[in-house]
Write a protein that binds this ligand. Structure first.
Ligand SMILES: NC(=O)c1ccc[n+]([C@@H]2O[C@H](COP(=O)([O-])OP(=O)(O)OC[C@H]3O[C@@H](n4cnc5c(N)ncnc54)[C@H](O)[C@@H]3O)[C@@H](O)[C@H]2O)c1
Ligand SMILES: N[C@H](CO)Cc1c[nH]c[nH+]1
Ligand SMILES: [Zn+2]
Length: 433
């Protein structure tokens, strides 16, 4: 049985977050630095040794010896046909709901004129992308759908998957089958920080790509962070988190399940309840304990579930905005009216009928979401993560803003001789001064 502690507390001062929530940026920074030491060694080994370094690290962390990292295409097709028809129907339905939602995110190139000049932005898809599909403690076929669909809608031509093998060297056949169904034909059997390094530098057998996206544990997340710049990344979608705001309108037994559902991902996951009702807190605590008797979580560490009592719902919203959680459930009456109070949360679930698990498995929006307070500045994975823009200008004589000497004067102030000269050289054909 896991060493389970539920922390309960009453919060009076909403200006200061309880220290156990540990979202102080200095603490996050120090924790990341600790993991960085390990990850840096892993990255350098793969960078220097390529496939043989990756092989050794896979043996060390995934406990299996892999000869060929690329899984043959025929295995993907075989895996899809081995999936039972009812489950194939489920996959097809979820793929459609996720596709419908993401289709609405499509962006288009823009062109506008100013006086007689033409300016604009061209949108183009990223050439090649790797999607990381986690597979350490659990296997995540749902993440194949979440990462591949927005990339395809954006028009990415080369999409491959990275996913760790189990100790027999095998990758979940659901991951392979869904990859095939979605038209992916390259799956790389490698995981953790070593897989991120392999795709960032390229190895003898694994091609380098332009961007890596997808969720993962702390090692995967830190590797993405360290390699950003060498390779593009999406958000830091690390160990799962949930905040639930609940009043007397909630179902405490369901709240308990939703807290446990995100806590079961990882010992570093966090599940937090803010409730105005002491009775709700007592009932949630009882339900969690009851659930864990039948189903203890497989972690040796203490599971971070926090149940906080607050004076009013406003305080709960203030605290939540400070946490900026990955997921937020509003299990309170009037949730629609309260929604505008939320400034920072990756995905919001409204009402008692909206568990995070529904979003996890593809009700529409993406389940790859920023963690560690990242929803202050990052968004859920979307089609926008797979495109980039190039701006363009086509100046014309009749444009009254086109006075080269004005731009040249700014160059002069910055002290750039050739910038200034390059502008002044244009004066004779167009400039009116
Ligand atoms: N934020 C999101 O959007 C989101 C979505 C889905 C899942 N997740 C998170 O993804 C994570 C999945 O984690 P996982 O572990 O099951 O799979 P994973 O694939 O992310 O990580 C497994 C890999 O970690 C490496 N590893 C394990 N222990 C290590 C160590 N001590 N040193 C170096 N490397 C080590 C191994 O190479 C292994 O292959 C969870 O934290 C889950 O909460 C997040
Ligand atoms: N809760 C995860 C995002 O943090 C997504 C997921 C996939 N499968 C189960 N859950
Ligand atoms: Zn989940």
């Amino acid at each position: 049985m896991s060493d389970f502690i539920i922390q309960t507390k009453t919060i009076k001062d909403t200006n200061t977050l309880p220290s156990e929530l540990q979202i102080d940026p200095r603490i996050i920074y120090r924790e990341l630095k600790e993991v960085e030491k390990t990850v840096q060694g892993i990255i350098e080994k793969v960078m220097k040794e390529g496939d043989s370094g990756l092989r050794e690290l896979t043996e060390q962390f995934d406990h299996c010896l892999i000869n060929d990292f690329i899984i043959p295409k025929s295995e993907l097709e075989y895996a899809w046909h081995r999936i039972k028809p009812e489950f194939r129907d489920t996959v097809e339905l979820i793929v459609q709901t996720v596709r419908d939602f993401h289709n609405k995110q499509s962006e288009h190139s823009k062109c506008f004129s100013r006086n007689q000049s033409i300016l604009g932005e061209i949108i183009s898809p990223i050439d090649s992308v790797a999607a990381y599909v986690p597979g350490g403690r659990a296997s995540y076929p749902s993440s194949v759908i979440m990462t591949v669909i927005p990339a395809q809608i954006a028009g990415v031509k080369n999409i491959l998957l990275l996913t760790p093998p189990n100790s027999n060297g095998v990758v979940s056949s659901d991951i392979l089958g869904i990859a095939h169904y979605l038209g992916i034909n390259k799956v790389v059997r490698a995981g953790g920080a070593q897989a991120i390094a392999a795709i960032a530098f390229g190895t003898e057998s694994i091609p380098r790509v332009d961007k890596i996206v997808g969720p993962g544990n702390i090692y995967v997340t830190v590797a993405k962070r360290l390699l950003f710049g060498i390779i593009g990344i999406d958000s830091l979608a690390g160990p799962s988190e949930v905040v639930i705001i609940a009043d007397e309108d909630c179902r405490p037994d369901w709240v308990a399940l939703d807290l446990l559902a995100q806590a079961e991902h990882d010992p570093l996951s966090r599940a937090i309840l803010f409730s105005t009702s002491d009775e709700v807190i007592i009932q949630v605590q009882k339900s969690i304990q009851k659930e864990l008797i039948d189903h203890p979580l497989p972690f040796k560490k203490i599971i971070p579930i926090y149940l906080f009592q607050v004076d009013n719902l406003l305080s709960a919203f203030e605290l939540t905005n400070k946490i900026a959680p990955e997921h937020l459930e509003l299990c309170c009456a009037d949730h629609l009216r309260l929604l505008p109070l939320i400034q920072h949360a990756g995905a919001i679930f409204l009402g008692n009928g909206a568990p995070v698990a529904l979003g996890d498995y593809g009700y529409g929006p993406n389940h790859v979401l920023p963690t560690m307070s990242g929803s202050r500045f990052c968004s859920p994975l979307s089609v926008r993560d797979f495109i980039k823009t190039s701006s363009y200008i086509f100046p014309q004589k009749g444009d009254s803003t086109l006075v080269y000497s004005r731009y040249a004067s700014l160059a002069e102030r910055e002290g750039f001789f050739f910038h200034r000269k390059s502008l002044l050289a244009r004066i004779s054909p167009y400039d009116t001064l």
